[in-house]
Design a protein around this ligand. Sequence first.
Ligand SMILES: *Cc1c(COP(=O)(O)O)cnc(C)c1O
Length: 410
Amino acid sequence: MRTREECSEHDEGDPLAMLRHEFILPEGQIYLDGNSLGPVTTSAQRRVRQVVDHEWGDGLVRSWNTAGWMDAPLTIGNRLAPLIGAGDGEVLVADTLTFLLAKIIGGALEIRRTRHVIITDEVNFHSDLYIVAGMAKMAGRDIVVKTIDRNRLSEHLDDDVALVMLTHVDFRTGEMLDMSGITAAVHAVGALMLWDFAHSTGAVPLDVTSADVDFAAGCGYKYLNGGPGAPAFVYVAPRWQGVLRNPLPGWLGHARPFAFESTYESATGMRAYLTSSPSVIALGALDGALDVFERTTMTMIREKSLALTDLFIDLVEQALPDVFEVVTPREHDRRGSQVALRHDQGYGVVQALAERGVVGDFRAPDICRFGFAPLYLRYVDVYDAVQILVDVMMSYAHLDERHAVRRAVT
Ligand SMILES: *Cc1c(COP(=O)(O)O)cnc(C)c1O
């Protein structure tokens, strides 16, 4: 694929092409930021309206029973489970990602109560680093958080390690880690493994069961398109359910929330990891957003994702040799669904692109990040985006002084 015509032919033969119509996409935009906030689908829109107008509007408080609100964190978890290779009763949708990480970290430290070390990646997402440090402080005993170079993980694994927490697809570079291999190495020293799937879920095929993962958690608002601030999800392997305690207990995780008992007794199964009332409207949006995933497979999504990212990398290298450093690995088994281009004026590049309708994002200090969501992106979109990038670089639009001032969200 080198010409726009060839890209267009690929779109005609694309088995996912029809799914683009499920999304509400603003005219004249090429949206390469679905890894940060996925777009709205008509199903999500419909489901939210149904929740607001009928379940809440007509049903009022009765809907807690009649509309399945109390079970929504579990039923939506069951819908999401196949995307990560989990089964029924193994995934819960609740809170947001950082809170779910906190629950797992706190619980895991109790399970491995004689061990003192948590290992994480020095370039992990900052929220992951903050929460792991915060939970270590609250453990009630001395816990050392080692933030390491993940390529040297094996040097740090020993029998004092309680938990290893890694993000499966690096949020900056798009590098994907070897989930099975790392999980096995962590288990070999008796430690527990927590995977952050923020940039993996809905983007790459995942199989927590075959990889023997202990715990995983991810966002609802990135590739899953669940809406801004959407609830997150957590996976707890069946062997740890009933063993892993929720360190943030609340009434919704109680065995009998409406008995109003003054002492806590954990619910069984994944319900144990609930704390407070489910955010019903937000759950509706995520529920609706999952419809589109049931019309395809992660294998098909992955095939197109690799084709899109290959195309983007090839076109950029061909048109702009030596302008950008392609930070994302070329090997398919080490790549998520995004491409990161390094450039000293990366912020200006991303701003100038946005002015021309190509929406990516910038991750400090120097990464232009482009997410490729196969459900709604076309090959011609990739082609056009690169032409616009060429135009920006050739006209030095990225150096315009308007782009010198950074906004709050980059
Ligand atoms: C997006 C992202 C988060 C966001 O967490 P929230 O608590 O849902 O805001 C956390 N970790 C990683 C790795 C992310 O990419």
